[in-house]
Design a protein around this ligand. Structure first.
Ligand code: RP5
Length: 158
């Protein structure tokens, strides 16, 4: 059963959001993916967000670009933690996405990550870290992943 829901505003966001999925694959975390647009499919967003907790999801990762209302609107309709990934937009390089996601009003939090690939990777890691607080085996896998990363950093640039 999926514990993490990865949603995105468009199929065009997948090239970014797949990095969150890859991290969850590596860490052995079950997830689902779905295209849910705040603007083009508002009923789909309503159904997804209001039903997320009852379906067993524990964390939602939401990526969107431009006028990126998806993470905030999802957070408005579920008490689950929502991690927002600003997808890099063509016109404004993702600054619009970042500000749209980060500037939530007090009371409805979205944990906002970096623009683009780094943000998607970190959303996956953060979702795993949240789940690991109640899953010792996942905690061990996450610690091992971090150790492998550390071990993989070269001492010198050449
Ligand atoms: C947003 O508009 C999506 O999240 C995407 O980042 C952006 C462009 O969408 P497409 O026109 O490529 O479908 O809603």
């Amino acid at each position: 059963m999926a514990l993490v829901g990865i949603i995105m505003g468009s199929t065009s966001d997948w090239d970014t959001m797949r990095h969150a999925a890859e991290v969850l694959d590596t860490l052995g975390v079950a997830y689902e993916t779905k295209v849910v647009s705040a603007h083009r499919t508002p009923q789909r967003l309503y159904d997804y967000a209001t039903g997320a907790a009852d379906r067993g999801l524990k964390v939602v990762i939401a990526g969107a670009g431009g006028a990126a209302h998806l993470p905030g609107m999802a957070a408005a309709m579920t008490h689950l933690p929502v991690l927002g990934v600003p997808v890099e937009s063509k016109a404004l390089k993702g600054m619009d996405s970042l500000l749209s996601i980060a500037q939530m009003p007090g009371g409805i939090p979205v944990g906002t990550l970096a623009i683009g690939k780094s943000g998607a990777i970190n959303a996956g890691l953060l979702a795993a870290a949240i789940l690991a607080t109640a899953d010792a085996a996942l905690e061990a896998r996450l610690i091992a992943w971090r150790e492998r990363q550390t071990d993989g950093v070269a001492d010198a640039p050449n």
